[in-house]
Design a protein around this ligand. Structure first.
Ligand SMILES: Cc1ncc(COP(=O)(O)O)c(C=O)c1O
Length: 425
């Protein structure tokens, strides 16, 4: 392959790949490769978290310790009783073997009990497919529902991995705009106006990454009815579900006897049990859809690792109290972060926040989020993500994952925003 500037020549032919102006991949990798790659993947930007972490190597040594507000990873360890339990499991010779593609029946049955507590839902284990993180659950949903050329409506600001997956698969992401006045909550009428004959699904993340906004149950119900009317799927990515303050029920969709005809849930236990590296995700859908999902699962991953399945089983059977304590701690972090950030004299404006995240408008008009984020690394030792990686036209914003830092570090982090020298970039 020969990549020159913004264009990409493919198989000597005329595939022109336009890199989004805001996306910068790793230029040193652009010119050396002779293998052909799909123009679809060639056009996708480099993973944003990897990109901003590369900036750290070039950061001036100004003696300040870095405050990392970049990636949404719980800063605390998994529950001790969980890791002790897993240590005992490792000796079981079965632990190193495959499981059924969808996961062990006893693990899925334990998750169904948890869904009774969390959602008053009467799910069957056949509704569940355990996956390699919520990330793989999203791929499974997409390859099962869509062909290349189909459309999926995605609420912006979006979780950047979603459009990356869509672009790689040749599925068209249609982006519902961020409405600042709604603080990141989707507007069903705006979404309905985007539906075409090619639309296969509406994708909502609640609580949202990157805004933290929680879509209220009534709005979720409205979106579900919308999906039903148009015979498309409502896909809810509920990765941060256990961080909704007070542990309140996020929606009542599972109480609809026909929920599975138009609703697909993407779940993750990674943030809930501080097990992001275990890759503990799940797809919840009708038994009929899961039947087809398993064809993709078999070729993609075969199954979630057994040790991860045991971790999830232990979690749903034993850790409700532990999860609630961490949720309360995250709520305190959020309250403190908001209170500090909104004190007078801060030129950065809080646009939306909740769960792990704050979505902030920066004060440098005409500058990209990338330029501002880079400056924050160099001048304030703060690492965060630029708004434009979460959707077109969002260069004026930054995402701060305050869920990453302990309560006592929050005032210092906010102070660094206040102190940033506002000379023009
Ligand atoms: C909204 C959202 N969905 C999915 C994921 C991926 O989760 P997992 O680690 O379970 O693959 C993340 C991770 O940050 C996320 O923020």
């Amino acid at each position: 392959m020969n990549i020159v500037g913004e264009n990409c020549e493919y198989e000597g032919g005329l595939f022109l790949v336009y890199f989004h102006a805001a996306y910068v991949s790793r230029p040193e990798r652009r010119t050396l490769m002779s293998l052909l790659v799909s123009p679809l993947i060639a056009a996708v930007h480099f993973p944003p978290i990897s990109e901003v972490k590369c900036w750290l190597a070039e950061r001036p040594a100004n003696g300040r310790e870095l405050i990392d507000l970049c990636q949404a990873v719980p800063d605390y360890a998994p529950a001790r009783e969980l890791t002790d339990h897993l240590a005992l499991q490792l000796g079981d010779p079965l632990m190193s073997k495959y499981s059924p593609d969808e996961g062990l029946p006893e693990v899925r049955a334990a998750i169904c009990d948890y869904y009774v507590r969390k959602f008053s839902a009467q799910l069957s284990p056949d509704n569940l497919c355990l996956t390699i993180g919520a990330s793989q659950a999203f791929w499974l949903a997409m390859v099962t529902l869509c062909r290349a050329g189909d459309e999926v409506i995605v609420q912006a600001p979006y979780y950047f991995d979603h459009p990356m997956a869509l672009d790689i698969l040749g599925i068209r992401g249609i982006y519902a705009p961020f409405i600042e006045a709604n603080a990141g909550v989707p507007d069903p009428a705006t979404i309905e106006a985007l539906i075409t004959k090619k639309t296969r699904a509406i994708l909502i993340v609640s609580p949202s990454n990157p805004t933290g906004a929680i879509t209220p149950p009534d709005t979720i119900r409205e979106l579900f009815e919308l999906a039903r009317r148009h015979n498309i799927a409502l896909i809810l990515d509920e990765t941060y579900l256990e961080f909704i303050p007070g542990g309140v029920r996020p929606h009542d969709l599972f109480s609809d006897p026909a929920w599975g005809e138009h609703f697909i849930q993407i779940a993750s236990f990674g943030k809930t049990y501080a097990l992001t590296g275990y890759r503990a995700g799940m797809l919840v859908a009708s038994g009929d859809l899961i039947h087809h999902v398993l064809k993709a699962q078999d070729t993609m991953a075969v199954c979630q690792p057994r040790i991860t399945q045991q971790a999830v089983k232990f979690g749903v059977e034993n850790l409700d109290v532990w999860v609630a304590a961490n949720r309360d701690m995250m709520t305190r972090r959020h309250d403190l972060f908001r209170a500090e950030f909104m004190l007078p004299g801060n030129c950065f404006q809080l646009s939306a926040s909740g769960a792990f995240f704050a979505w902030v408008r920066h004060p440098f008009s005409g500058c990209s989020g990338r330029q501002v984020a880079r400056r924050l690394v160099d001048e304030a030792a703060l690492l965060c993500l630029p708004g434009e990686v979460f959707g077109p036209g969002l260069e004026g914003y930054l995402r701060l994952a305050f869920g990453n830092i302990r309560e006592e570090a929050i005032p210092e982090a906010v102070q660094r925003f206040r102190e940033l020298d506002l000379h023009p970039l």
